[in-house]
Design a protein around this ligand. Structure first.
Ligand SMILES: [Zn+2]
Ligand SMILES: [Zn+2]
Length: 186
């Protein structure tokens, strides 16, 4: 069950320069990255400082989450502890802040009915931290490409058998076979 994290810009944030700290845990839907999916059963913990800067409202802080997904090598469960940074800017009229020639493109989000919606910034701060390769442990041995044995749990006979037979998948043994044939053809 996902939630929304919305903060009302009420009296606590009415004055220019006023600051409000918010913290809590946001329940989120699974993170889907390509064909991989990660759940955050305990949600995303956030600690944010919201500042009324006058023209804009700034939300900065940190987020933390424990994700569960599959190991890219052995397909068993992998857990990820991730931390990220939130840096979000809100304005009544976000289009007025489109600085096209600015090197750093900061996305300005809209203030809707005196509320800022921090759901996406909090979620994104974790999503960008998901590594390209996710492993159950740094030295995961993965699965045998021949028989599918999980090599963390035990070895299989494939390595020994293929070494004895001459692995047809191994380009070196294929080359050896080709050279031998070539020579006999002369
Ligand atoms: Zn693994
Ligand atoms: Zn095997």
């Amino acid at each position: 069950m996902s939630e929304a994290l919305k903060v009302r810009l009420d009296s606590k944030l009415a004055e220019v320069g006023s600051v409000l700290d918010v913290e809590g845990v946001l329940a989120v839907d699974d993170f889907v990255v390509g064909d991989r999916s990660f759940s955050a059963p305990e949600g995303v913990a956030y600690e944010l400082t919201i500042t009324n800067t006058g023209a804009t409202v700034l939300a900065m802080g940190s987020v933390e989450a424990e994700l569960q997904g599959l190991c890219d090598r052995c397909l068993e469960e992998a857990r990820l502890h991730l931390t990220g940074e939130v840096d979000a800017l809100f304005a009544d009229d976000p289009d007025a802040f489109c600085e096209g020639d600015d090197e750093e493109e900061i996305e300005v989000l809209p203030i809707v009915e005196d509320m800022i919606d921090l759901t996406l910034p909090v979620r994104s701060a974790i999503a960008v931290e998901i590594p390209f390769k996710v492993l159950c442990k740094p030295d995961c041995k993965g699965l045998c490409p021949h028989c599918g044995q999980n090599l963390n749990e035990g070895s299989c006979e494939c390595e020994a058998r293929l070494a004895a037979e001459g692995d047809p998948m191994n380009p070196m043994s294929a080359l050896k076979a080709f050279k031998t044939k070539d020579r006999t053809g002369e």
